[in-house]
Design a protein around this ligand. Structure first.
Ligand code: SF4
Length: 386
């Protein structure tokens, strides 16, 4: 049985304001009972530590995501890390990321996170244009991004990601370029650049249906995509995944592990987890999304699963291929054979032949990967196998 490194995801589901485009599991509350939420997280983590799939495995990456984890008291973060270390043990070079909103930052809070053991920050910046930030309903200004970045550096963070968004209504390539230039000048170690999408059930979707926004057509979307890659390549950022760029040695271990189909524990409201069993099946679970329901269930049962599923070996193979192709290196056929007992082509030759012949996919040694022309078609290629 091939055991992957183990990751831990901890969801902090609270935000000060719900941005209108957001479909993450985030909730606005007048008052947050942090102690109760901390108690529930520790209780759920203790439950998972006894699960045979996770028992005895050290953690090599932890990610506090949200919501807005930087709203949480640093004592909560410190306590969670202490418990995780006691229950599982940490690999010596563990990467521990916390998502931060530049509008919630002060020196004491960042110092507290740093002292607690956080060694990577991921800041939701989205734009460095004041009007765009307003349209996005972000709670921070352009100046606050700079202040937050300076505070993070002053506290000692040497590994920082900035999340950015392009393809906003009426946004020109030049406007996007100036946000990109500004973040490159900051020198963050990692950048995530995603195109705005109108997700169902968001306020943005309702507004867009009532009075459609001028969103980019396919041609302009492709221009945003290619300009981003060219600009960041010139600034020595490696496009190691379709939307993620890093300086050398600064890939996000948590996300990379997800694309490598590693096992992970997810705790908190709306979090999900995954493990592979000895028969080659993949198990997956998701928690209740409401923080109140989550806490109620955990206090009586030690966990708060809303759903779980078991993927057959064939379905898991398709999923691993689909996710793995997002990485620049693509997917390793040697690993694939070990994990799924057949090669990629044994499983998917018919589905992949057209894409190989049209040179949207290629073999590089044992790696099956997207070509430059295939990268923008990743979703279409994925749907051929999944
Ligand atoms: S801050 Fe992030 S998680 Fe919170 S509502 Fe805005 S986009 Fe969603």
């Amino acid at each position: 049985m091939l055991l992957s490194p183990l990751q831990l995801y901890i969801h902090i589901p609270y935000c000060i304001h719900k941005c209108h485009y957001c479909d993450f599991n985030s909730h606005v509350r007048d008052k947050i009972d942090w102690q109760a939420y901390q108690h529930a997280l520790i209780s759920e983590l203790t439950t998972w530590a006894k699960h045979p799939a996770y028992q005895g495995r050290k953690i090599y990456s932890i990610f506090f995501g949200g919501g807005t984890p930087s709203l949480a008291p640093s004592s909560l973060i410190a306590s969670l890390l202490e418990h995780a270390q006691a229950l599982f043990g940490f690999e010596h070079d563990i990467e521990i990321t916390l998502e931060a909103n530049p509008g919630t930052v002060d020196m004491d809070a960042f110092q507290g996170f740093y002292n607690a053991g956080i060694n990577r920050l991921s800041m939701g910046v989205q734009s460095l244009d004041g009007q765009e930030l307003q349209w996005l309903e972000r709670i921070h200004s352009r100046d606050e991004v700079y202040q937050a970045f300076d505070v993070a550096r002053a506290v000692g963070f040497q590994n920082i990601n900035l999340d950015l968004m392009y393809g906003l209504p009426k946004q020109s390539l030049e406007q996007w370029q100036s946000s990109l230039d500004a973040v490159i000048a900051l020198g963050a170690e990692h950048l995530s650049c995603y195109q705005l999408t109108v997700e169902p059930h968001t306020k943005l979707a309702v507004r867009h249906a009532a009075a459609p926004y001028a969103l980019p057509d396919d041609e302009l979307s492709l221009a945003f995509f290619h300009d981003t890659r060219d600009c960041l390549a010139n600034a020595a950022y490696e496009a190691y995944e379709i939307s993620n760029f890093s300086q050398q040695g600064r890939r996000c271990r948590h996300n990379d592990g997800y694309w490598l189909y590693h096992d992970y524990i997810g705790i908190g409201a709306g979090a999900s987890g995954k493990w592979d069993d000895e028969q080659g099946h993949t198990h997956r679970y998701s928690n209740h999304k409401s923080p109140e329901t989550y806490m109620k269930h955990v206090s009586s049962m030690g966990q708060s699963m809303l759903s779980d599923e078991c993927l057959s070996c064939d379905d898991a193979a398709a999923e691993a291929l689909w996710i793995g192709l997002r990485r620049r290196e693509g997917i390793d056929d040697v690993w694939f054979k070990q994990r799924f007992h057949q090669s990629i082509l044994d499983y998917f030759q018919q589905d992949l032949d057209t894409w190989l012949q049209s040179q949207h996919l290629q073999w590089k040694g044992q790696q099956l990967q997207l070509t430059n022309t295939g990268i923008p078609l990743a979703d279409a290629i994925a749907s051929a196998v999944f």
